[in-house]
Design a protein around this ligand. Structure first.
Ligand code: DGJ
Length: 705
């Protein structure tokens, strides 16, 4: 090869340095841009390890594929075999092509009959997309166990963060020091899951929202996943992400290729907010990004208002109030189809129920449209109740191994949509509804985990995941402008794969504003607020039985794709007036809320969150202070503001789009009637907040003068 072997790709302050001369691509650096002015050979020499005693005699660098044949003793990127052979490979580079912001490498092991490719490509926002593939160029089948993307971390990366969670408490962070060994987060639910690590973070010690260096990897995949942080006895640390394959799930016949899900790598020198900013800028640069296409409509979902009790009169009354408040989208949830009068039957029969809707959905849709709102409808196409026409006709369409029926989840089984008949059934019935009625939006649920997800005995999560992507894409192709919300018992299918096929995520079934403060904060690490449904629920949250004032619920719901999920017919005149004001505020400010930079301000204790959105030109910002519990101090900590222009002066205003937060002090601070301060003063000194009751919030607007 007489071509370049050293590549220093840079974009937006991030870089990756790749060297090929050991016959394999080696990532010498991933992180902040290093500029251009260094001597390549000196860089290579500087990064070359010493040769210790008690190890191999010469320097080895296993590169991105980490083959055992190159002396590597950790987990290789490629795991698999050909009936027990070809499990160990040594890939040599056979093709390289590069552009200013991308590098493609193809390597082959002729003896093993395998080829690997990797492509590094910078996308908008300085996000690095990494694609890998493996091709079986040999004779006979190759059983693939894993093709994982590993990225090196510097020795000073000291901590890691990933996420856990459950139904109504999704994505709670967990942080730990990086120590020798492998820390693995595996998802085997067949969907990303409530505990899914949308991005895994590695950080310098004590890194926070605004400071420290942070590296992240996320996977563009909604099936089974594996995220790893590995520190070896050699002292070197890597982080990795890849699809988790079940035994036999991918067997490559001669000539076949496996494309691994794309890995999204981001780096920040300005803390976790920098990672968030890169994700948002990348996602928002896509031409079909929901808030680029059009402003996110204020929604009403009627689930918590009526549950299965569908009734035109009641829903008309709801639509009347929704119209009065300024709602723009009305969503009919579960219960409109088949024999689905409760969750015991009917799932899988996507035909309007004569029982619930004797004249079809038209009368309701007419009511909604006449009130100037879009209409949305609920589906759960990958599931069936055994008590359904589809299951009675095709019991063979559910996932199972042999004759063993998997355990039930919400009284349902999983429809195997990798089965062409099942796929066509769902596509056909959903399409027919979308053709018959004027439906602008569908909410697509997924209420059980996949266990023994097998197509005629063979593991099939991968194919099922590809099938749902295909189904969504086909529905959108047939119905231009259709929007899809991805829901899975709340936020069980939110990931960087689904962002390419859905327009909105149902963040959580928990509409309790306190829980939502946490759930939204951590989901927003990688997913922008305009894609995250956040609704004002009733005073008494249905999932926690906590009670919250409207102001707290309203401020919380503002930082997302806002909506309502509440029996509005039960609201008082005062509440309706407040909701009207809040709806108008959301509409006036959604361009900023859905387009600006997300900022989270570190707090000295865990009694409050301060977060906000700052316009990219720093001329305007909206911040919230949410109290999560009683303050340990008599008066609360300062509300500080990051991300502003330090030299500029801002007009600071308290805004109360849905009424005032509950204060429990004798006197409120004077600034609450208005104040003007520089960005520097707002960052370093801030404002002394009122003594707010726990589980309350205030909203502050800042405009550069
Ligand atoms: C679970 C979802 O998360 C809810 O929002 C609702 O759509 C129900 N399913 C309906 O069964």
């Amino acid at each position: 090869m007489s071509q370049a072997t050293f590549f220093n790709l840079q974009s937006d302050g991030a870089s990756i340095v790749v060297y090929l001369s050991t016959g394999t691509p080696v990532v010498l650096h991933w992180g902040a841009s290093l500029g251009q002015g260094f001597n390549e050979q000196d860089f290579i020499n500087a990064t070359r390890e010493a040769v210790p005693h008690g190890d191999l005699d010469d320097y080895q660098n296993p590169g991105v594929w980490r083959e055992n044949a190159r002396g590597f003793l950790g987990r290789p990127a490629l795991l698999g075999h050909r009936a027990g052979l070809d499990w160990s490979q040594k890939f040599e580079v056979v093709e390289v092509s590069a552009t200013e912001n991308s590098l493609f490498v193809r390597s082959a092991d002729e003896q093993a009959g395998l080829e690997l490719t990797v492509k590094f490509e910078f996308a908008s926002g300085g996000v690095l997309k990494i694609s890998q593939s493996v091709k079986n160029t040999g004779a006979g089948d190759f059983s693939l166990d894993a093709l994982t993307t590993f990225m090196p971390l510097p020795d000073y990366a000291a901590e890691t963060m990933d996420f856990t969670g459950r139904w109504v408490k999704e994505r709670q962070p967990q942080r730990r020091p990086i120590q020798v060994g492998t820390w693995a987060r595996e998802g085997r639910e067949g969907r990303s899951g409530h505990d899914y690590t949308i991005v895994q973070l590695a950080m310098t010690a004590g890194a926070g929202y605004q400071q420290g260096e942070v590296w992240s990897l996320g996977l563009q995949w909604s099936g089974n996943t594996r995220h790893l942080i590995e520190k070896m006895a050699t002292g070197r640390t890597t982080m990795a992400a890849g699809e988790l394959l079940q035994p036999g799930e991918v067997i490559l016949a001669a000539g076949e290729t496996y494309e691994a899900p794309v890995v999204i790598a981001a780096h920040s020198e300005v803390g976790i907010d920098g990672i968030t900013d890169r994700h948002y800028r990348w996602l928002r640069s896509r031409p079909n990004h929901p808030s680029t296409v059009r402003p996110r409509p204020l929604s009403l979902n009627v689930w918590e208002a009526v549950y299965f009790d569908h009734n035109l009169e009641k829903l008309t009354a709801l639509a009347d109030v929704a119209q009065e408040i300024g709602v723009e989208r009305f969503v009919l949830d579960d219960g409109w189809f088949g024999s689905r009068r409760d969750d015991k039957s009917g799932l899988g029969d996507w035909i309007v129920s004569k029982d619930a809707w004797p004249d079809g959905l038209k009368p309701l849709i007419d009511v909604v449209k006449a009130r100037g709102m879009e209409f949305g409808l609920w589906f759960e196409g990958e599931m069936v109740n055994p008590d359904s026409d589809v299951y009675r006709a095709h019991p063979e369409w559910i996932f199972q191994v042999g004759n063993r029926i998997p355990p039930f989840g919400r009284l349902q089984q999983v429809l195997d949509i990798t089965h062409p008949g099942a796929f066509e059934h769902v596509l056909g019935q959903v399409d027919a509804i979308l053709c018959e009625y004027e439906i602008d939006y569908i909410k697509w649920d997924h209420n059980r985990t996949l266990t023994e997800a097998a197509h005629f005995g063979k593991a099939a999560v991968r194919e099922q995941t590809k099938a749902i992507y295909r189904l969504f894409d086909e529905l959108k192709r047939r119905h231009p402008g259709l929007e899809i919300e991805s829901c899975a018992s709340g936020g069980g299918r939110i990931d960087l794969g689904m962002v390419e096929h859905a327009d909105r995520f149902w963040t959580s079934d928990c509409n309790d504003a306190l829980e939502r403060q946490y759930i939204q904060r951590y989901t927003q690490f990688a997913i922008p607020p305009e894609m995250l449904g956040s609704h004002i629920g009733p005073h008494h949250a249905h999932t926690t039985f906590r009670t919250h004032e409207l102001a707290f619920r309203a401020v919380t719901a503002l930082f997302g794709h806002a909506g309502l999920e509440w029996d509005l017919t039960q609201t008082t005149d005062e509440e309706r007036a407040a909701l009207k004001g809040w709806a108008a505020y959301y509409k006036q400010n959604r361009a900023l809320l859905h387009g600006g930079r997300m900022v989270r301000v570190e707090q000295p204790d865990d009694s409050a969150f301060v977060h906000g959105v700052v316009s990219h030109d720093k001329s305007r910002a909206i911040f919230a202070l949410a109290t999560l519990r009683s303050t340990p101090s008599i008066t609360p900590n300062a509300m500080r503001f990051e991300g502003l222009d330090a030299a500029a002066t801002y007009r600071v205003r308290l805004v109360e789009p849905a009424g005032a937060g509950i204060t429990i002090g004798r006197q409120n601070p004077i600034w609450m009637t208005g104040v003007e301060l520089t960005g520097a003063a707002l960052a370093k000194v801030g404002l002394r907040p009122p003594v707010l009751a726990p589980e309350n919030a205030i909203l502050v607007e800042l405009d550069r003068i």
